[in-house]
Design a protein around this ligand. Structure first.
Ligand code: CO
Length: 161
């Protein structure tokens, strides 16, 4: 049974810590696989495009992103290449609810990581996926989009009750 995890919101020290690498012998363990399922479920339920482990209280190098073919887990990710070209777009974050801002990111990145089957992967991402990877990877280093965003604004939408 998967469960929805509690999302930590800013300000909180956990969001500001540098996360640690995950020992790969743990990847196939049941508790770790359950954590992955719970993170994916939480991301989908909260309508996030990505979710990093510090956001659910774990300072480990792990994030999940929602791709066209379903959730993909990035364990111990390392961005090994960044395009010279950058792109600015609006971002938000489940840990900074209701705030949005414009963030300049590399248009293209190449990232090495371990997937949930404990297999080494290399992926080249462009556009939104490249943006999400950079945003989530920042979480692992204790950085939030509001640290680098411009035109930060609050949007709570219509209040209905
Ligand atoms: Co975020």
């Amino acid at each position: 049974m998967t469960k929805i995890l509690k999302i930590i919101t800013n300000p909180n020290k956990i969001l500001r810590k540098k996360s640690k690498d995950i020992p790969l012998q743990n990847v196939k363990s049941k508790p770790f696989q359950d954590l992955l399922d719970n993170m994916a479920e939480t991301m989908l339920k909260k309508d996030g495009v990505g979710l990093a482990a510090p956001q659910i209280g774990e300072n480990i190098r792990l994030f999940v992103i929602n791709t066209k073919v379903g959730p993909e887990f990035f364990i111990n990710p390392v961005i090994i290449k960044k395009s010279w070209a950058k792109e600015t777009a609006e971002e938000g974050c489940l840990s900074v609810p209701n705030f949005f801002g414009k963030v300049k990111r590399h248009r293209q990145v190449v990232v090495d990581y371990i997937n949930r089957k404990n297999v080494k992967q290399r992926v080249e991402a462009t556009g939104l996926m490249a943006r999400v990877i950079q945003h989530e990877n920042d979480h692992l280093d204790g950085a939030l989009f509001i640290d680098i965003a411009t035109d930060i604004h609050e949007f709570t939408g219509e209040e209905n009750d």
